[in-house]
Design a protein around this ligand. Structure first.
Ligand code: AMP
Ligand code: MG
Length: 431
């Protein structure tokens, strides 16, 4: 790591650091409430946030269960290696067998109930079967408890197994199914409005005229919103005029979050902030000591001023994301995704940084006055005990979409650090 003098810092005086801005957003997000609880079929519950805890209906397992195909026995008897009569057999789905007679074994399959008196299951691979008799092969010994999950060992009836506020993934859905939940109570996915702005933008299916570009932030932000747990409820576009922006903002009130792309830099046609101010926006911050994404704006509107017909006064948080695609993506992941998580009812707002090892040193000309988020490629195919390996992707600024498409994460270069050396342990944010 190499540092840099304080001159660069002074150029950004008055702006919050990345950490300060992140704390403002998280603090605000924790005060947000998700929508009304709804009952969701288990098959559609993935990526929803649980609103009511999942409770065990019975002990888990509900009976002592064999974890192997083999023979239920008494460990001390099996350890003699004598042939013992096989008193019966049970496979998964059958009722629990009667108590194990003394000095005998009981053939058993994985998932089957173990009879009273048996304290171990020896694996079929370790047993010699001779007609109606079987014995544990030396030098193997059996230990009490081996290959049996005792009744209630995993959970007791009435235990709260998944708490409200948990994001539902495959493991939680499997557990809910095991507990008999065909539906779960979950929060709705927040509705996010996306407003892309810029005179230069044309739709994706149009051929750009001279000086025009296709609106790539629209589809990118839609993708990011869905991945973060939100639903896109409207996609609006506006030109760089006060009238166009004012009109677009009047329809956004129905959303739970408003994302605006473009028009927040210091340029002559960056009219988003004034438009927001005209409808009474409260700005929590305008600008962050970060790169890309420095012009980021965060604030909230009263939804009623946007024409939403609401009995209760609702607050509509908004982000003004810088228009450059990589800036938009980085600021979305760092700031907007946690707000979507909070609006979804989640306890875990993120963003989740992970540790990696830098493969090649970063450019030494970096601006140490800003926290930087560099598009990078991370490889996870690493030996046990080694960190994922990350390298920055060569890029030509935050509008370089071809470079962005060759990346899968952002490398974090902390404020005060001009460059990072190869081999350094670093933080990355996955996309
Ligand atoms: P702005 O933040 O409006 O100053 O825009 C910064 C840069 O991002 C300009 O080069 C814009 O053309 C570009 N840009 C703005 N909006 C979009 C968009 N929706 N899709 C792709 N590029 C955009
Ligand atoms: Mg613009």
């Amino acid at each position: 790591m190499s540092g840099e003098g304080s001159s660069a810092k002074n150029a950004h005086a008055g702006l919050l650091s990345y950490a300060e801005a992140a704390a403002v957003v998280t603090g605000f997000a924790r005060g947000l409430r998700p929508g009304a609880v709804e009952s969701v079929a288990l098959a559609s519950a993935q990526d929803r946030v649980l609103a009511k805890a999942i409770v065990a209906d019975v002990d888990q397992p509900a009976f002592p269960r064999s974890t192997r195909d083999g023979y239920a026995c008494r460990a001390v008897e099996a350890a003699t290696h004598d042939f013992l009569p096989v008193a019966g057999a049970t496979h998964a789905g059958e009722a629990p067998p009667p108590p194990l007679p003394p000095k005998s074994m009981w053939e058993i399959m994985t998932g089957a109930p173990v009879g009273a008196g048996a304290d171990a299951v020896v694996m079929v691979e370790h047993v010699e079967r001779n007609g109606v008799q079987a014995r544990l092969l030396p030098p193997r010994v059996a230990k009490a408890g081996e290959n049996i999950v005792a009744r209630g060992e995993q959970a007791r009836a009435g235990d709260e197994l998944v708490s409200a506020g948990t994001l539902l993934g495959p493991a939680q859905i499997a557990l809910a199914a095991a507990c008999g939940y065909a539906n779960v109570d979950a929060y709705p996915r927040p509705r996010v409005a996306i407003l892309t702005t810029g005179d230069e933008l044309v739709p994706v299916d149009a051929v750009p005229g001279p000086g025009q570009i296709r609106n790539s932030n629209g589809p990118m932000l839609e993708t990011l919103v869905r991945a973060a747990g939100g639903d896109v409820c409207m996609c609006l576009t506006a030109t760089d005029t006060a009238e166009s922006l004012d009109f677009a903002l009047t329809v956004a009130g129905e959303a739970d979050l408003l994302l605006i792309s473009g028009g927040v830099s210091a340029g002559k046609f960056d009219l988003v902030e004034p438009a927001l101010a005209r409808i009474g926006a409260k700005f929590h911050f305008t600008g962050v000591r970060m790169q890309p994404g420095k012009p980021l704006v965060f604030g909230a509107l009263r939804a009623s001023t946007l024409g939403a017909d609401l009995a209760e006064e609702k607050v509509l948080p908004f982000f003004g994301l810088p228009g450059n695609p990589i800036s938009s993506a980085a600021t979305f992941l760092l700031f907007a995704a946690p707000v979507i998580a909070a609006l979804s009812g989640s306890d875990d707002l993120g963003p989740r940084f992970i540790a990696a090892e830098l493969k090649q040193g970063t450019d030494r000309r970096g601006n140490a006055g800003l926290t930087r988020f560099l598009p990078s490629w991370c490889e996870f195919d690493v030996a046990v005990g080694k960190l994922p390996q990350v390298a920055t992707v060569p890029w030509h600024g935050s509008g370089d979409l071809p470079a962005f498409a060759r990346s899968n994460c952002f490398l974090v270069v902390p404020e005060g650090v001009a460059s990072l050396e190869a081999g350094a342990q670093v933080s990355i944010l996955m996309m």
